[in-house]
Write a protein that binds this ligand. Structure first.
Ligand code: SF4
Length: 307
């Protein structure tokens, strides 16, 4: 029998007792077949609670690793192994160890966009939504923050703590320009401009709100405006339009497109379900330490809303 790829995914999902999760930046057809679509925090929390045997993670490598850390004993597959995060790749465990040696009194905070090996060197992880609040709550006055310089500088401007930042950036978010904000204000004068903290500081300063993807979805849902300009990866527009059919969404810059997020397709999801490959596993000695950093984030995030 010739099954369509959708039917094949549905049949395999049942047979494998699998859950399919997709990040907000995934291509529209992948979001549409997923059981859950969310931000890094929500998908990590979900992985830690699911009773599915297999987690098909439609996102990038560090996210699938986080799911593997938080759902021990489950099989985590990433449909396309090329789906990495160039931002996460800017920092290595050796880099973090060197920073710690240079600043022995500082707490080490890793953005979730890091490998499990880097998380293992950190005291705790944060997301873009909870970074400021979590860093404020730390006992240390000095904080090493890796790898995103823009998010680090955003936090630094809002706290009295001394932040030691790394110079990583996300190519898509970092390419947004102040001129894009000017153009958007001219073309859509009534539309709030909402940006992700990975954009350059000069752009963030000129926006109406600076939020992680979960926060953005909530912002556009509850705001009375009919039109919005969105300063994060283009994939999120699909979900915004689906959830708010009476509102209009425009992308702040054409640069907001992440190539590695787009490696996932339905054929890859079906293949991953069929072969249970490529499997994402974390060596136990790394996993124990990385899990601790992630669990501290989840615990702080549960006390208030995550992002
Ligand atoms: S959008 Fe940027 S930070 Fe997110 S996965 Fe792509 S490269 Fe990494």
């Amino acid at each position: 029998v010739d099954l369509s790829v959708d039917e094949e995914i549905a049949a395999l999902r049942r047979r494998r007792r699998a859950v399919i999760v997709a990040h907000n930046y995934q291509p529209a057809p992948v979001q549409d077949i997923a059981d859950y679509v969310g931000d890094s925090f929500e998908l990590s929390a979900l992985a830690s609670q699911t009773d599915a045997e297999v987690i098909v993670f439609c996102g990038v490598h560090f996210m699938a690793e986080a799911a593997a850390l938080l759902a021990p004993g489950r099989t985590v597959v990433l449909p396309d192994l090329r789906a990495g995060c160039p931002l996460a790749d800017t920092v290595s465990p050796e880099d973090v160890r060197a920073l710690r040696a240079r600043h022995p009194r500082a707490a080490v905070v890793a953005y979730v966009n890091t490998s499990a090996a880097v998380k293992a060197e950190a005291d705790l992880c944060v997301t873009s939504a909870n970074a400021l609040r979590v860093i404020e709550a730390l006992a240390e006055d000095e904080v090493i923050f890796v790898p995103d310089a823009n998010l680090g500088n955003f936090v630094a401007r809002h706290t009295r703590k001394r932040l030691i930042t790394w110079n990583g950036t996300c190519r898509a978010h970092n390419a947004v320009r102040v001129d894009d904000v000017r153009t958007a204000r001219r073309e859509h004068p009534d539309a709030p401009i909402v940006v992700h903290p990975e954009v350059p500081p000069a752009v963030a300063e000129r926006a109406d709100a600076v939020l992680g993807t979960g926060g953005m979805l909530q912002y556009v849902r509850t705001h009375e405006a009919r039109r919005f300009v969105i300063g994060t990866e283009a994939g999120i527009l699909h979900r915004m339009r689906r959830e708010n059919p009476d509102k209009e969404f425009h992308l702040l810059s054409a640069s907001l497109w992440c190539p590695t997020m787009k490696y996932t397709d339905l054929a890859g999801v079906a293949r991953a379900l069929r072969d249970l490959e490529p499997r994402i596993e974390v060596p136990p000695e790394v996993a124990t330490r990385a899990r601790r950093a992630l669990e501290r984030m989840l615990e702080l995030g549960r006390r208030r809303e995550g992002g």
